[in-house]
Design a protein around this ligand. Structure first.
Ligand code: ATP
Ligand code: MG
Length: 292
């Protein structure tokens, strides 16, 4: 009997050691040598992952399968990740994998799992690009976003006046805790603009509206703001996207999710199709918002 127990413990020890070694490292799979699959695992340390990994291969060669296999290890090891699921096929797999982990560990892991589907009108995650975290530089964040919009909308060709208006208007919206939905009233309605501008602390931006934009003739104001408004209206008019853009406070922080080691699954399948169909550039608002 004792012999049996010793044999049982002895048999299990190396296996456990090998398993824990694999958990600490990232297992890429089995080594293939001269076309033969060997029993040797190719592993890399967790530290080396931060040096980036590119997975290249023809269609059908197993790139997505490899990514899922890596995510499965992260779920098992309790390490957080963000999965950008462009085709939507990885989401069910990851949900099943988390459910399996719950059964294995006999605990509820739902707190660690965050599934975001921007096209879902019932459960939407508020990501206001103009909402800035405490202590972060709102100015840098807005300049970065304005730059993105400028390139996407080719505002360079419309001159520095339109570009300056876009940047300053975004800043005023952020200073008032507003969203992109209020961009049109800000640029069109003088009394709404005046009430917003008075909350701006940056003197230069305040003066820009009071002494320059407000002093322009109505025709001139229309000329400068129209290239911006005719672009934003393509997605602010869409009820599908208004519920995302119209939320003042972000209901999700990627930074916080990573700190907690959460598994964030961003299912972009329907959202990508919708962005391509409408060509509204709405996707632009998502990635920068996630960064904050
Ligand atoms: N290591 C593997 N061994 C055997 N079959 C595999 C392996 N990896 C993937 N496959 C199978 O190959 C098929 C294609 O895999 P996968 O979808 O991961 O490829 P892909 O490179 O992501 O393709 P695409 O570029 O079209 O997205 C799937 O049916 C999958 O089950
Ligand atoms: Mg694939």
């Amino acid at each position: 009997m004792i012999k049996k127990i010793l044999r049982f413990v002895g048999n299990r020890l190396p296996f456990r050691r090998r398993r824990s070694r694999l958990v600490e490292k990232l297992d890429l799979g089995l080594r293939v040598s001269d076309g033969e699959v060997t029993r040797k695992h190719v592993v890399i340390s967790q530290a080396r992952r931060s040096e980036h990994i590119a997975i290249l291969g023809k269609t059908g060669t197993g790139k997505s399968s490899l990514l899922r296999w890596l995510c499965g290890q992260d779920i098992g090891g309790g390490r957080g990740f963000v999965y950008f699921d462009l085709h939507g096929d990885a989401t069910p797999f990851l949900l099943r994998r988390v459910a399996l982990e719950e059964r294995r560990k006999r605990c509820d892991l739902s707190e660690k799992l965050i599934v975001i589907d921007p096209a879902d009108t019932e459960f939407s995650v508020g990501l206001n690009i103009l909402d800035h975290a405490e202590g972060s530089s709102a100015f840098v964040q807005i300049a970065e976003f304005a730059e993105l919009l400028k390139h996407r909308w080719h505002l360079e060709s419309l001159g520095p006046r339109t570009e300056e208006l876009l940047r300053n208007a975004l800043y005023v919206l952020a200073a008032n805790d507003l969203t992109l939905l209020e961009l049109a009233p800000l640029l069109i309605d003088p009394s709404f603009r005046a009430s917003c501008v008075q909350h701006v602390r940056n003197e230069e931006i305040k003066q820009y509206f009071e002494t320059r934009y407000d002093k322009l003739s109505e025709g001139m104001r229309t000329m400068v703001r129209e290239p911006i408004l005719n672009k934003t209206s393509t997605f602010t008019a869409d009820p599908h996207f208004r519920h995302i853009l119209g939320q003042q406070k972000a209901t999700f922080s990627l930074h916080e999710a990573m700190r907690r080691g959460c598994w964030v699954v961003l299912n972009l399948q329907r959202f990508c199709c919708w962005c391509i169909e409408t060509d509204c550039g709405a996707s632009l608002t998502y990635v920068p918002a996630l960064k904050n």
